[in-house]
Write a protein that binds this ligand. Structure first.
Ligand SMILES: *[C@@H]1O[C@H](CO)[C@@H](O)[C@H](O)[C@H]1NC(C)=O
Length: 214
């Protein structure tokens, strides 16, 4: 990642917005954003109107995760990894994905009851993922807590669905983390996989959990 270019572009973007006269319509300000930010992430568009990098929802053939959020960014060279300086720059840019500010580490004593995190579990360990019109974005994470943290940092997110897309997404062993605006129960989980993969295998969904933000 070209950090200097990134920083320069981010600063240019924030400055250019500040410089737009108040009487100009919002559209022209949006346009100045896209001009300055188009190339920020080596061609990845992490803006809200591109579903934060994942314009094709996960149940549609050809979908790709928009981002990775977790402690091993080096393992995911083909995805924008949310961490470090990139997150601090993203914090400056409205309409773009924002990173959680603290990575949720697993409890040191696994027998401790999970901390209250503001989410209610609407379904647990089912073999189907949510498909719904209020889809926002999806990416890859390593823990359920990281998926909830992403929902907390994406503006308007009200529901997180974490699951294993077995054989899907290039065989990634990570959790898929799909975010939606409103809450969903198991009745909306009708993506059971079934898509043929480039290697001939068929994907299926495992350990799917639904998390409604209170
Ligand atoms: C989910 O259910 C399967 C069996 O249906 C079980 O093997 C697995 O351990 C369960 N996973 C969790 C996280 O509860």
């Amino acid at each position: 990642m070209r950090f200097a270019a990134l920083l320069a572009a981010a600063v240019a973007a924030t400055t250019s917005v500040g410089a737009v006269p108040a009487h100009q319509p919002v559209e022209s300000r949006d346009f100045s954003f896209s001009l300055n930010l188009g190339d920020l992430f080596d061609g990845f568009d992490l803006s809200n109107n591109n579903h934060y990098g994942a314009p094709i929802p996960p149940w549609v053939f050809g979908s790709k995760p928009g981002w990775y959020y977790g402690p091993h960014p080096g393992d995911h060279p083909h995805l924008p990894c949310l961490g470090g300086l990139i997150c601090r720059i993203l914090d400056l840019i409205p309409f773009f994905i924002h990173c959680p500010h603290n990575y949720p580490h697993p409890p040191t004593d696994p027998t401790d009851p999970p901390p209250a995190d503001g989410y209610t579990n609407t379904f647990h360990n089912i073999s189907a993922a949510v498909q719904a019109d209020d889809y926002m974005t999806f990416g890859l994470v390593e823990t359920v807590a990281a998926c909830k943290a992403m929902c907390d940092s994406v503006d308007g997110c009200g529901f997180a669905n974490s699951y294993h897309d077995v054989n899907g997404k290039d065989g990634s062993p990570l959790l898929t983390c799909a975010l939606f605006r409103g809450c969903h129960g198991p009745e909306d989980a009708d993506n059971e996989g079934g898509q043929s993969q480039p290697d001939g295998s068929i994907n299926f969904i495992a350990e799917s959990d639904g998390w409604c933000k209170q």
